[in-house]
Design a protein around this ligand. Structure first.
Ligand SMILES: [Ca+2]
Ligand SMILES: [Ca+2]
Length: 397
């Protein structure tokens, strides 16, 4: 019995002090009792001690784990998306690099998609992780590609759709992201949507088709400017009938639908109305920029669906993000009221107007949020982050 007690005492030395005190008190209380009682009591004490020590060990381990986790979180680098941690290189494809193989588009002095692929290793060497590429869509090139005739095709001077897929693949092999320019405010006047809207305005087609397409753009009644006629023009995308230059010069005081000016009028004190009369339709169409860039009606559901479909089309091909052009010009006041002049003495050129009704008009953020939802839809896989950035000028966005 003495050896047993000594052994138990030695075991208890490693336990908490209060446990040892309990043990000696217990021995004193039980020294006159039976051996069985004493052993049973010792077993209970041992279980109690094991449980206490187990709880202490668990709490200690748990505390250490929390401390370790906090340390790791604090010391670890932040988890950043690609657009937060890498330089983004703006690449203007037309002047970047002309390809060197034996294809028709190579050696013509115009930059192209294969030419970009030839130089991708330089981006890797420079640590460029993302490229924003100016428009490469099919276009008559009246505004360096910001007049898009087909959002799903590549302009023939830059290559073709296979070249675009190759570019995306070659960039991704090098860990470089590709952002495209996206132009939702306006199209080319050679876009099939504009041609469909003209036909619908003329009453050409089935009733359902007419209803669906007539308001894809912003048409408004007005008197025909003198000398305004259709003329046949041949461009790089073919031959078509367009309003002649006289159709762009309505009289701001009595024939233009209102006093809105083209952005291209700028601060030059030049009167360039934001209206072009179309003799086929017998109405004006609104265009914030050039006469060849009719503004889309961004309140029209079919237009918004088409723009969303275009974003999805390119993200399905692997595009990592978009730079959105001129979205602050997206909506206009629906009652087309005049914009107030800044200086009432001067003429109402673009720079002398407050653009309360044509720029950042109230609910244009709703359109951006709609695009954002499409971005989120394509950013659910681990490591896949689509990004959209909008153009902002002055202090207005
Ligand atoms: Ca070329
Ligand atoms: Ca607009």
């Amino acid at each position: 019995m003495t050896r047993t007690l000594n052994w138990t005492k030695m075991e208890f030395r490693s336990h908490m002090p209060e446990c040892r005190l309990r043990f000696f008190c217990f021995i004193r209380e039980k020294r006159d009792g039976s051996l069985v009682d004493l052993l049973a009591g010792l077993v209970r004490l041992e279980i109690y001690t094991i449980v206490v020590n187990f709880i202490v060990a668990v709490l200690t381990a748990f505390g250490c784990l929390i401390g370790l986790s906090i340390t790791i979180i604090v010391k670890s680098p932040k988890c950043l998306d690609y657009w937060e941690e890498t330089p983004i290189y703006q690449l203007y494809p037309r002047s970047f690099n002309d390809c060197t193989d034996d294809r028709d588009i190579c050696g013509d002095g115009i930059g192209d998609l294969p030419g970009i692929i030839e130089k991708l290793d330089y981006f890797s060497d420079l640590g460029i992780g993302a490229i924003w590429m100016n428009p490469v869509y099919e276009s008559p090139m009246d505004d360096t590609g910001y007049d898009i005739s087909d959002y799903r095709k590549i302009h023939y001077e830059y290559g073709n759709e296979t070249d675009m897929e190759n570019l995306i693949n070659e960039m991704h092999k090098r860990g470089i992201k590709l952002m495209m320019d996206f132009v939702p405010n306006h199209t080319s006047n050679q876009n099939s949507m504009f041609e469909a809207s003209i036909r619908a305005q003329m009453g050409d087609g089935e009733l359902e088709e007419i209803e669906e397409n007539k308001d894809l753009y912003l048409w408004i009644d007005g008197d025909r400017p003198s000398g305004c006629e259709l003329e046949t023009i041949t461009g790089i995308l073919g031959t078509n009938d367009f309003p002649n230059d006289a159709c762009n010069h309505c009289d701001i005081d009595n024939k233009c639908p209102n006093n809105y000016m083209s952005v291209f009028s700028g601060n030059l004190e030049e009167i360039i109305p934001a209206w072009t009369y179309h003799p086929k339709v017998d109405k004006y169409y609104y265009r914030a920029f050039g006469h060849f860039q009719p503004d889309l009606n961004l309140r029209n559901e079919k237009v918004l669906k088409e723009l969303n479909d275009i974003l999805e089309f390119w993200m399905e091909k692997g595009i990592d993000g978009f730079r959105v052009d001129a979205i602050a010009y997206g909506l206009e006041n629906e009652d087309w009221r005049d914009e107030p002049k800044k200086d009432p003495v001067k003429e109402g050129f673009w720079g002398n107007l407050h653009h309360d009704y044509t720029y950042e008009f109230s609910t244009f953020h709703d359109i951006i949020m709609g695009f954002r939802q499409i971005m989120d839809k394509y950013s659910t896989e681990p490591g896949v982050d689509r990004m959209m950035i909008t153009e902002a000028t002055d202090s207005q966005v």
